[in-house]
Design a protein around this ligand. Structure first.
Ligand SMILES: *[C@@H]1O[C@H](CO)[C@@H](O)[C@H](O)[C@H]1NC(C)=O
Length: 341
């Protein structure tokens, strides 16, 4: 029996004005973004537990047009983990509720030991330099998903394990499960693209260990590391195409930025939820420019709450997590951002 979650959300008095969410005297604007206080825990309350978005049903490579149907979800729309970053020594693990009430590890990556279990590293080099994938549909769809090379800088002919090195500026690596969409379970996916299931389920935990050293670059996307979650249907259809109707992003299927540096040289990481409603806390996490930090992300869609927690050192990445530990992360005091709308 799964016992997870006796969620207690502190009562809130929040205004929709960014400045009013900050503790007195802490508000500052940097390159167009608002920042309040440094924190180690942010809870998203009223995390959308139900809603609807446009689910893509077809992509016409001749016209660049796409079709969709309105899709209602309940629990959570989240089904993918996308990681991009200037990061090194990263470990990550994704867990799902186990039937006995605890949590069982579903996927695991340890860069230092080269261990990768239950996951696949992808990026967007489909059909470039002859590697598997497709560019059919042109700019409207953008290039499709491909297997990522071990340094993330290009595509590969088959699945590779990400190397234990910094992911360079303006380089994106997507982490999916090792379950191919060839079972038909992913819904419509880009014909010709490399397709794997995301991490599905309304309740899930991601454990991360990472660093984000300064690269000092000021070029496009330079020195702007980020880790975020994206609904798997976005990369599986069109993540970087010019036709916004070829992805469910615009209609709110989901992006959750967890640790995002928004301008070069900034030592603050923000979090933001892009769906319906959209919004983000102006409290921020310290960017780990020196050593790595460990963080837990708990999505409890059925309870309309999500929690991002920077953990003390010593958190294990073992095969199981106890219910007490996970519910402790959800209930721990921290900055609370209430989604409105
Ligand atoms: C970035 O600049 C800082 C401060 O000047 C310096 O200590 C660091 O070595 C630089 N990092 C790189 C990768 O050049």
């Amino acid at each position: 029996m799964r016992t997870f979650l006796a969620v207690v959300i502190p009562s809130l008095v929040l205004s929709d004005r960014v400045a009013a969410q900050c503790a007195a005297g802490t508000t500052q604007e940097i390159s167009g973004n608002w920042y309040c206080s440094e924190v180690t825990a942010i809870t998203y309350a009223n995390f959308p537990g139900f809603g609807s978005y446009e689910k893509i049903t077809d992509m016409d490579v001749n016209t660049g047009d796409c079709s969709s149907v309105r899709y209602n979800y309940k629990g959570s729309t989240w089904s993918s983990s996308t990681t991009t970053s200037t990061s090194s020594s990263s470990s990550s693990t994704s867990t799902a509720p186990a039937s006995n009430g605890g949590w069982a590890r579903q996927a695991y990556f340890n860069a230092a030991s080269g261990t990768a279990e239950g996951l696949t590293f992808l990026n967007h080099f489909g059909a470039m330099d002859g590697i598997p994938g497709t560019s059919a549909g042109g700019p409207a769809f953008g290039t499709s998903l491909s297997y990522a090379s071990s340094d993330g800088q290009s595509g590969a002919a088959s699945a590779q394990v990400l190397s234990n090195a910094m992911i360079e500026d303006d380089t994106e690596v997507i982490i999916m499960t090792d379950q191919s969409c060839s079972d038909g379970g992913c819904g419509f996916t880009r014909p010709g693209g490399v397709a794997y299931h995301g991490f599905s389920g309304a309740q899930k935990v991601f454990l991360l260990e990472f660093s984000m050293p300064f690269t000092n670059s000021t070029t496009f996307n330079g020195d702007m590391p980020a880790i975020w979650l994206l609904n798997a249907q976005i990369p599986l259809t069109s993540q970087y195409g010019t036709n916004a109707e070829c992805s469910c992003w615009t209609s709110g299927c989901g992006e959750f930025d967890l640790f995002e540096v928004l301008d070069s040289g900034n030592f603050r990481c923000k979090s933001t939820l892009h769906m319906a409603p959209a919004g983000g806390s102006s409290d921020w996490f310290q960017r780990p420019t020196g050593g790595s930090i460990t963080a837990a992300v708990v999505i409890a869609g059925e309870h309309e709450v999500a929690a991002i927690r920077v953990l003390d050192g010593g958190q294990s990445f073992d095969a199981t997590l106890s219910e007490d530990v996970v519910s402790g992360w959800v209930n721990e005091a921290g900055s609370v951002f209430k989604m409105e709308g």
